[in-house]
Design a protein around this ligand. Structure first.
Ligand SMILES: Nc1ncnc2c1ncn2[C@@H]1O[C@H](COP(=O)(O)OP(=O)(O)OP(=O)(O)O)[C@@H](O)[C@H]1O
Length: 259
């Protein structure tokens, strides 16, 4: 690896090759990618359309496996895992945030956040306490019973952030998380994610064209034609992290959000 860090990474890619087969033709997408994703940082992947950003995020998000090379996430090589093991590993270690929020429309904010914990069979009392803390942390305690259709875009993304954190992941993958928000709301969402990242020591890995997201990045990965052309890292001091189930759940959101 060419990356230089003394910290335990959340993901390490070595010699990763990934392509797709279209009409009997192999289309290479990622070509010999080496990357280290630092813990508790904002990492943004930049690149032109078709450069392989989503393909890269899908590998690190354990949605897909490499054709060649190795993808280590939270210290585990995902290549040899069965589909079931990979799915279980993904839900335990990784949260996802999407530009379209992807909330279940018939469920309330509370139920959307609780849903991953139900699937993971957490006991009811633990679920309830964690949903309460997460709603407070994203500034939506008073919207627990609202369904997504009764929330603004920014509030929906807050619910999605809380849901992404429900199983205490080490890594949150956010695909253009501010793309469908106006710039002020996008800035609030960014600030909220920064607060979560610092408070709970979570890594955020973004794909984004939003200048505000790019400007906030600790690490920026430039992808072109399936190759990493440059990595810029800002030195960031390590901070002590809280456990989601411990300490106070004070809101870390920007003022004036609870519209
Ligand atoms: N499932 C698939 N089957 C076939 N080809 C695919 C598949 N997924 C992606 N590709 C191709 O791989 C290349 C890289 O796609 P990818 O979605 O990773 O790019 P991207 O950088 O995220 O692009 P964008 O910014 O437009 O979302 C593109 O040429 C795309 O057409």
């Amino acid at each position: 690896m060419s990356d230089d860090t003394n910290e335990q990474p959340v993901a390490v890619l070595s010699g990763v090759v990934k392509g797709y087969r279209l009409d009997d033709v192999d289309v290479p997408v990622l070509k010999n990618v080496d990357l280290l994703v630092r813990p508790a940082q904002f990492t943004v992947v930049l690149g032109p359309s078709g450069s392989g950003k989503t393909t890269l995020l899908n590998l690190i998000g354990c949605i897909d496996r490499p054709d060649q090379g190795q993808v280590m996430v939270a210290g585990q090589d995902i290549g040899p895992m069965s589909d079931d093991d990979l799915a279980a590993f993904r839900s335990r270690h990784i949260g996802f945030i999407f530009q379209n929020f992807n909330l279940l429309p018939v469920l309330s904010a509370w139920e959307n956040i609780e849903y991953p914990m139900l699937l993971a069979q957490l006991p009811p009392a633990r679920r309830a306490e964690r949903v309460r803390r997460l709603l407070k942390a994203v500034g939506l305690s008073d919207r627990a019973n609202n369904r997504p259709g009764q929330l603004s875009g920014g509030q929906r993304q807050r619910v999605a952030i809380a849901r992404a954190l429900a199983l205490k992941p080490r890594l949150v993958i956010a695909d253009e998380p501010t793309a469908n928000l106006d710039s002020r709301t996008g800035a609030e969402i960014l600030q909220l994610m920064r607060g979560m990242q610092q408070r709970y020591g979570i890594s955020f890995l973004f794909s984004s064209h939003d200048r505000a997201v790019i400007g906030a990045a600790d690490d920026t990965v430039y992808l072109k034609d399936g190759e990493i052309r440059a990595i810029r890292r800002r030195p960031t001091p390590a901070r002590p992290a809280l456990d989601l189930d411990e300490g106070s759940a004070d809101s870390t959101h920007a003022a004036g959000d609870a519209r």
